[in-house]
Design a protein around this ligand. Structure first.
Ligand code: AMP
Ligand code: ZN
Length: 137
């Protein structure tokens, strides 16, 4: 995709602070990091998001994210990591090319919990929700 920023990084047309690269994925530092070492794991082929990546490639990407996470824990003094992927604008996806965020976490980094607001739903609604999801799988 000519106008996709991550395709252009994967093809070497736009510079990035590269962390890792192999045949199918490239990892580089996020330009707007949430924490020190915030890294993106990006498939070299263009898929819109997590829900449309072929399973084998997704498995590889998550294994690479594990490697990056281990390196952040070992090398950066991080004591935790959030691995996140956003699907769709409602979820905050801004680059429509699949990627995983590896966000190293540090004691008192101020980022807090990912989910601060929670819903309290009645049990009949929980049953319906679980049923709907089951039917879609
Ligand atoms: P998302 O909101 O999940 O789509 O995440 C996209 C991420 O890509 C954001 O955190 C941006 O800061 C990051 N980003 C966008 N353009 C670049 C770029 N040229 N180099 C590095 N990171 C980028
Ligand atoms: Zn792309």
């Amino acid at each position: 995709m000519a106008d996709c920023v991550f395709c252009r990084i994967a093809q070497g047309e736009i510079p990035a602070n590269k962390v890792y690269e192999d045949q199918s994925v490239i990892c580089f530092l996020d330009a707007n990091p949430a924490s020190k070492g915030h890294t993106l794991v990006v498939t070299k082929s263009h898929y819109e998001n997590f829900t449309t990546v072929p399973k084998d490639l997704l498995s590889h990407a998550i294994q690479v994210a594990q490697m990056v996470s281990q390196a952040c824990l070992a090398q950066l003094g991080a004591t935790g990591v959030n691995v996140v992927t956003n699907v769709g604008r409602a979820a905050g996806q801004s680059v429509m090319h699949f990627h995983l965020h590896v966000i190293p976490r540090y004691e008192d980094d101020g980022l807090g919990q990912l989910f601060t607001e929670t819903l309290s739903l009645p049990s009949d609604q929980l049953l319906l929700l679980a049923d709907s999801i089951r039917q879609g799988m």
